[in-house]
Design a protein around this ligand. Structure first.
Ligand code: NAP
Length: 311
């Protein structure tokens, strides 16, 4: 076998990748973490994290990622900001092709490419993106000071961000397709107690109107009637889809939505030396703490595979 460039390459620098990187750096594994944008992943879309242990007062998504990055770097984690174009995960030498044309090799790989917000695919959504259609309340909330806006979705993201948006907007209407929220109880309590938030239950958005920017959304009520809600912005927060475009899906086992299926130790089936951690994994609960834990688990599995950790 040709000598690999690294023992371990980690792809993606969110909580899973940074935690795997921390463990690898402490384990003195020759490791490279590749990230295409800023480290942080979806946590950077989150205004405030109130459920990460040890941050009793809560912490901003930005600060949490900054602390994770500094922590991994304290042990000498090597990082590279580059876009991965393709991967070959079969065999003993894993190949990572960058869009610069460079190919890097490693004995083991941990896939931490995460997930991104889902879209609703209705008329107006694509055309008005960045002009009132948003998927990130933390990024775009301040543009809606004293305006009336809508949030689509009933999960933790939608409700947490609806509450955050009331810091800026005059009124936030949450549109949800059922009559009960999926979000955790404490978020529900806060949302129901917030005078700036109102709800439209049992309804979908089926069109977004606006010439230069969003002016209104058409609501399709479950019983079949439609109505128009005048808003200057709509935040579509209805869950996530996998960042799997550069992954060799023909080599990996995925669920119906394209998330990676692993064994209990984060190993990708039929690919020794390949692991996945964080939101790219097929699972029910996507939490920052889970992603970090899976990153640690994946790295320890990789060390076991590399023979640097006693069995
Ligand atoms: P989620 O939990 O999957 O919730 C998606 C929401 O959007 C659900 O209410 C769902 O309705 C609705 N929805 C899905 N497809 C839709 C469509 N086509 N049209 C209209 N509505 C649609 O997603 P999420 O809220 O983005 O959260 C993703 C993961 O991150 C979850 O595991 C979540 O717990 C986690 N998270 C945790 C926190 C926290 O702990 N503070 C914060 C943010 C996110 P139904 O309810 O009817 O299915």
């Amino acid at each position: 076998m040709n000598k690999p460039d690294y023992q371990l390459i980690i792809i993606g620098g969110g909580p899973a990748g940074l935690t795997a990187g921390l463990y690898a750096a402490r384990g003195r594994i020759k490791t490279l973490l590749i990230e295409k944008g800023a480290t942080g992943g979806q946590v950077l879309l989150t205004d405030w994290v109130d459920n990460y242990p040890a941050f009793a007062e809560g912490v901003s998504g930005f600060e949490l990622i900054d602390k994770m990055t500094v922590h991994a770097e304290r042990f000498g984690l090597e990082k590279k900001f580059a876009a991965v174009e393709s991967l070959d995960l079969q065999g003993d030498l894993k190949k990572v092709q960058l869009d610069s044309g460079e190919t890097l090799t490693a004995q083991a790989v941990i896939l931490c490419t995460g997930a991104k917000p889902r879209q609703i695919a209705v008329p107006g959504e694509e055309e008005l993106q960045g002009k009132g259609v948003s998927y990130c309340a933390t990024c775009d909330g301040p543009f809606y000071r004293d305006q009336e806006i809508a949030v689509l979705g009933g999960g933790n993201t939608a409700i947490q961000e609806a509450i955050h948006l009331t810091k800026f907007a005059k009124k936030v209407t949450v549109i949800h397709r059922r009559d009960t929220l999926r979000a955790t109880a404490i978020l529900q309590e806060k949302a129901f107690a917030n005078e700036k938030i109102s709800f439209i239950w049992n309804a979908q958005v089926n069109e977004i109107f606006g010439k230069e920017s969003v002016e209104a959304v058409q609501i399709l009520h479950n019983e079949g009637l439609t109505s128009v809600l005048p808003v200057t912005g709509i935040f579509i927060l209805i869950g996530v889809k996998p960042n799997n475009e550069v992954l060799p899906l023909h080599q990996l086992k995925t669920d119906q939505e394209g998330f990676l299926i692993t064994d209990s130790e984060m190993g990708c089936f039929d690919l020794p030396g390949v692991y996945a951690a964080g939101d790219i994994r097929s699972k029910k609960f996507r939490q920052i703490i889970n992603a970090a834990g899976e990153g640690a688990n994946a790295e320890l599995s990789a060390e076991h595979y590399l023979g640097t950790l006693p069995g």
